[in-house]
Ligand binder design. Structure first.
Ligand code: SF4
Length: 268
């Protein structure tokens, strides 16, 4: 397979948007794992990143804001043969959908969760998100954000996630490897992707991240991973934590015989 086998059209994102890099890394990861587009199911919520699903040739599902995880988990339980990848922005994932992330970590259904984290609500024109740093001035916080931001990696580790990673859209090759590892992981795999919004976030730019980002050599034990997740001055990327533990299992509905005529009768 080639990356182009999963893509169609040109997304309507701003020139230089970090979403382009995530799209490239994801298509390269799928190609290198030789997955057939018919076996890949992408979920997205509302947001600039979520709109990217419109330009993928796999199966896709557009959910409500912050709600890409619940249908993704449901689909994976019904048909474990599918490669299921849910995407969301930092607003949806760490605001409206934060409870879904916590429970996905705990339940451990093998779904990949890619969060496009540009530290702002982009599609709605630049309001502060739960990932926006204290003091940041946005259209919704003209005097600066006063609330403490969510630390998604620390939260995922403490909620019991079996795979926790952070990528950077400025390093596509590294992000591609993270996505491949997440797809191959037997359990819920969470990747927070630092992804500048070149139009609305003039602070957390590519240059800002490049000065701070450094790579982890290998996954850490849980305590060390938590400590690294709390780092502020420098920003580690890579797999923070990975463990093998039982995944949620239910008898797949896709293989169960279904008598459709019975349901049709009920609706008559
Ligand atoms: Fe990308 Fe930001 Fe433009 Fe949305 S507003 S397409 S996140 S650069």
């Amino acid at each position: 397979m080639e990356p182009g086998d999963y893509l169609c059209g040109t997304p309507a994102w701003c020139a230089g948007c970090g979403n382009f890099s995530v799209r490239i890394a994801l298509s390269q990861a799928l190609a290198e794992l030789n997955l057939q587009p018919k076996d890949v199911l992408l979920f997205a919520d509302v947001g600039c990143g979520g709109n990217g699903n419109n330009w993928f040739k796999t199966y896709v599902f557009h959910s409500l804001h912050g709600r890409s995880l619940p249908p993704a988990i449901g689909a994976k339980i019904v048909n474990p043969e599918l490669t299921v990848i849910a995407q969301a922005g930092d607003g949806g994932a760490y605001g409206e959908g934060l409870n879904h992330l916590a429970h996905a970590c705990r339940i451990n259904v093998p779904v990949v969760y890619l969060v496009h984290n540009n530290q702002i609500y982009s599609l709605t024109a630049g309001q502060a998100s739960p990932a926006t740093d204290v003091g940041s001035k946005t259209v919704s916080t003209p005097f600066g954000v006063s609330e403490f931001p969510v630390n998604p990696l620390a939260l995922a580790i403490s909620a019991g996630a079996s795979f926790v990673a952070r990528g950077f859209s400025g390093d596509i090759a590294h992000l591609k490897e993270l996505i491949k590892s997440a797809i191959l992981h037997k359990g819920f795999a969470f990747i927070d992707v630092l992804q500048p919004c070149v139009t609305l976030n003039k602070v957390n730019t590519f240059a800002w991240y490049k000065e701070r980002v450094y790579k982890l050599d290998k996954p850490l034990d849980k305590v060390a991973a938590f400590e690294r997740a709390l780092e502020k001055e420098r920003i580690p990327i890579g797999i923070f934590y990975e463990e093998s533990r039982p995944v949620y299992y239910n008898k797949p509905l896709v293989s169960a015989p279904v008598d459709v005529s019975k349901f049709v009768e009920e609706f008559k």
